[in-house]
Write a protein that binds this ligand. Sequence first.
Ligand code: HEM
Length: 437
Amino acid sequence: MSVPEATVGTVPGPDEPFDLGASEESLERLTGWCARYGEFFRVYSPARRRHTYVVLAPDDIKRVLVTNHRNYVKGVGTDQIMILLGRGIMTSEGDFWHRQRRMLQPAFHRRVLDRFGPAIRAVNAEYAARWAKRAQRGEPINITEAASELTLDINLSAIFGRDLPFIRERFGRNPFDIVHTEANRDLRFAYRIRSLAGIVRELIARRRADPSQEHFDFFGLALGARDKDTGAVMTEKELVDEVLTLVVAGHETTASALTWTWYQLGRHPQFQEWVAASAARLPDGDGLDLERTEEWHEGQQVIKESLRLCPPGWMMTRRTLEPDVLHGVTLPRGADVFVSPYFVHRHPGHWSDAERFEPARFAEAPSAARHRFAYIPFGAGPRHCIGENFALYEIAVHFATMARRFRLLPIDDAPPQVEARINYRLRSDLMMRIEPR
Ligand code: HEM
């Protein structure tokens, strides 16, 4: 490693101490600091009694997430998530994480994802019928609530498949509904999520007792997954943690992406009309497979631009295992590093007129248009989002189904009140007027 000239003491940053990510004010404070200190600065955390380094230069991000990723663990925030999700792939590290990731990865292969198409389309068709009734009655839609329910329905049906009716019957309503009905991500929520472990254990026993029943869902794929080296399957505890991870990780982020995209389409009716006209040329129903949605350029551009301006996973954290050089500065062992898709996606050196919603930014092939690490809504490197293609498929089917049928209009012009804690989302529910096309 070359000896850097600068030391940590020369890194710019605000004098006032602040715990990034721990308070409602993080986004506002960071907005000011990014403008003032640029793409690499430090903030002293009183809770952790050390500095947090905010990294916004795409080359540094590449080093943290890809080229030198072995020198980093996830760090701040993971402890809290661990109470919620146990030791699943979201929170684990090292060899154990690697093994779990290798075992789960095939379930997210494109060929496999295509088979989730019928479930994704069926849920959207059901919501389209509901929205049609609302449109007829002239009632507005609570987009936040609808997006949350719809993504939960899709997610649960992808995870539990044919067991879902059994779950409802056996445990009354849908016990996994709490991901949608509980707004706070506090200890009470964590306790309630952990109490779902018993249900997952019962489902494991049920499926293992009757292997003759074929199931196609994430749960079945995880149950059948084998360690490449040892041939071992996952233990009951590992399965519980992975299933709960998928329930939680796949829900709020996707719901938030749907809500933000409707928000943007409401603010930019010209793009809504553009997307609606192109959606009407796509096959409706069964023909809307993974390939067709991936080739739907107008839809993809709108979704990508929405994920640029409003990335639900707005902040990622890492911690150095050994000293590392970022931006010409040697960070000590145990340094907290924050990488924020929200701010990288607004980096003035990589995005012109960054606050403007402009889907055409994504019209060109990504490599030609921008630095690969200036756009990271799903993270990057070995720990990038395992559900990326599933989420993009689900979001595209939603807009292809709805935009051709309905026009959604904002109810007011007030600037949005946002909340940036674990996810970047609207603070209050997004209500929109709906008209049939
Ligand atoms: C628009 C929707 C989504 C967004 C914006 C999103 C974003 C992200 C981001 C930024 C990360 C990386 C975190 C880090 O490196 O610290 C991540 C990881 C992850 N996501 Fe997603 N995600 C979405 C949907 C999903 C879905 C649908 C699933 C599952 C069905 C999922 C499962 C996961 C898992 C398990 C990880 C951890 C992967 C690992 O550490 O190996 N996500 N996601």
